[in-house]
Ligand binder design. Structure first.
Ligand SMILES: Cc1cc2nc3c(=O)[nH]c(=O)nc-3n(C[C@H](O)[C@H](O)[C@H](O)COP(=O)(O)OP(=O)(O)OC[C@H]3O[C@@H](n4cnc5c(N)ncnc54)[C@H](O)[C@@H]3O)c2cc1C
Length: 435
């Protein structure tokens, strides 16, 4: 007679209600876990300054690495499902090229994505509504080296990030996960063998667990200095700017693809339903070492309400220059705001998802390295696989906490960050175009 008694599922406490944390909670639920708690420091969730809390994020499978292409294509399949209540907008992703896009084109093609190679400025302009051409609102794209690959991937677009996180949070709560705000986790509680068996919060409360998952995004290394994670989970500030369009302008731009220029890292979205166009540069960004600290930690609207949203003046200028190359007319408008948003960078750009060496009770799920959000529907599968010791060995080695971190994967023009000088941040007066 075979025994049908299965061992009880571990109790899991997840720190951080961002993309990594909530996706993990979701996938544990899907596997029948009943004792899952998510703790977050923020007073209101989703946390206003979390990387995952943003108006939009690019959803693309164009990766120079076939593994990420495969995972991203799985995620896109999920994004299309009813659960996401149309948070995902499949407007296509236009990739302007270099050597990286040659690889990503081949990976997309091999994985069956709907891609179209664009080998002339005219073929690129054809991806935009003709009104934009006629009104001179579109760039010429003549600076492109057309010997390198540019292409559009119709199986991609963008997701309403904050709304998606909110939906996922409500979904897991309805199914029994406790998601608790106002819980700043300060310490790991260890057993007599030095294994993690719970956490302690700033308010003195403690939560016992068989497994603790650290998914604190850019706060991870700073919150637990004894884990010595700085070299694996570096907090880097990245600059975003926005323009508020009129409804008439939004109408003109609403049928555009996401544009991603891999030569410079610049990317720009179509307008949101509130008629806001967001753009940014995917690059090395800025570290911030607060006075008295030795680690880079996020400097956000919560820690610095006065200036936590402002970005360096030089980047603001660069954003305007780059925007001009795609949408010249928009570049002449005042920006409506900026935001410093914090990546958690690993040196090789791969995520950190694995057990902390020597501690079977502690799992890390972080280092999104500026590209993890799109995987929200499936990220937590990988973390759940780690908890159940069944992550594919190739992926386990790739995401391991103690792997040897290789040089960057070429996705970004630069991963070299510089220290933020808060005296050089822009202010309201810099949002007006002056050049
Ligand atoms: C500017 C920018 C643009 C990006 N663009 C894209 C994109 O286009 N496409 C894409 O796929 N990805 C993109 N990303 C990357 C993506 O946003 C991140 O990889 C992902 O959101 C990281 O999720 P996370 O859960 O690690 O961190 P977060 O979302 O930051 O969540 C961490 C959570 O931990 C909580 N926390 C922190 N400290 C504590 C503590 N001590 N106790 C309890 N809770 C704590 C925080 O409050 C927060 O809610 C971008 C990121 C940035 C910054």
């Amino acid at each position: 007679m075979s025994s049908s008694i299965s061992s009880p599922k571990p109790v899991v406490v997840i720190i951080g209600a961002g993309a990594f944390g909530l996706s993990t909670a979701y996938h544990l639920l899907e596997r029948g876990y009943t004792g899952v708690t998510v703790l977050d420091r923020a007073e209101h969730l989703p946390a206003v300054d979390a990387a995952s809390t943003d108006m939009n994020k690019v959803v693309r499978s164009c990766y120079g690495d076939p593994e990420y292409t495969r995972l991203a294509r799985q995620a896109i399949e999920e994004w299309r499902k009813d659960m996401w209540q149309n948070c995902y907008h499949e407007c296509g992703v236009l990739n302007l090229g270099d050597a990286y896009t040659e690889q990503s084109f081949n990976n997309d093609l091999n994985d069956g994505a709907k891609v179209e190679r664009l080998d002339s400025p005219a073929s690129i302009r054809a991806q935009f509504p003709s009104d934009l051409h006629n009104s001179g609102r579109l760039g010429t794209f003549t600076s492109l080296d057309i010997s390198s690959t540019s292409y559009i991937n119709h199986d991609g677009g963008w997701a309403e990030a904050e709304r998606a996180v909110g939906l996922l949070m409500e979904h897991v709560k309805k199914r029994g996960v406790k998601v608790l705000p106002n819980k700043t986790v300060q310490d790991l509680v260890k057993d007599e063998y030095g294994q993690t068996k719970g956490v302690r919060c700033a308010d003195g409360s403690e939560y016992d667990a068989n497994v603790v998952v650290l998914a604190l995004g850019s706060w991870t290394a700073g919150a637990f200095p004894s884990l010595k994670l700085t070299g694996k989970c570096l907090a880097t500030g990245q600059s975003i700017a926005m323009i508020q369009l009129t409804p008439e302008e939004a109408e003109e731009y609403c049928k555009t693809p996401v544009v991603l220029d891999f030569r410079t890292g610049f990317y720009v979205f179509p307008p949101t339903h509130r008629n806001v166009v967001k753009f940014a540069i995917h690059a090395g960004g800025y570290t911030y070492t607060a006075p008295g600290s030795t680690l880079s930690t996020p400097r956000t609207i919560v820690s610095d309400p006065e200036s936590g949203m402002w970005i360096p003046r030089s980047i603001l200028k660069e954003l305007r220059v780059q925007l001009r190359s795609v949408y010249p007319a928009l570049a002449e408008k005042p920006f409506s705001g900026t935001r410093m948003c914090w990546y958690t960078d690993s040196p090789d750009g791969d995520w950190v998802i694995g057990r902390y060496p020597g501690d079977s009770g502690l799992v890390l799920a972080t280092s999104g390295s500026g590209h993890a959000f799109k995987f929200l529907p499936i990220l937590g599968k990988l973390v759940a696989d780690v908890i159940e010791d069944k992550l594919d060995p190739k992926l386990a080695a790739r995401f391991a906490v103690d792997r040897e971190m290789k040089p960057p994967n070429g996705e970004r023009t630069s991963v070299v960050s510089q220290e933020l000088n808060i005296n050089e941040l822009c202010g309201p007066e810099d949002l007006i175009p002056t050049f």
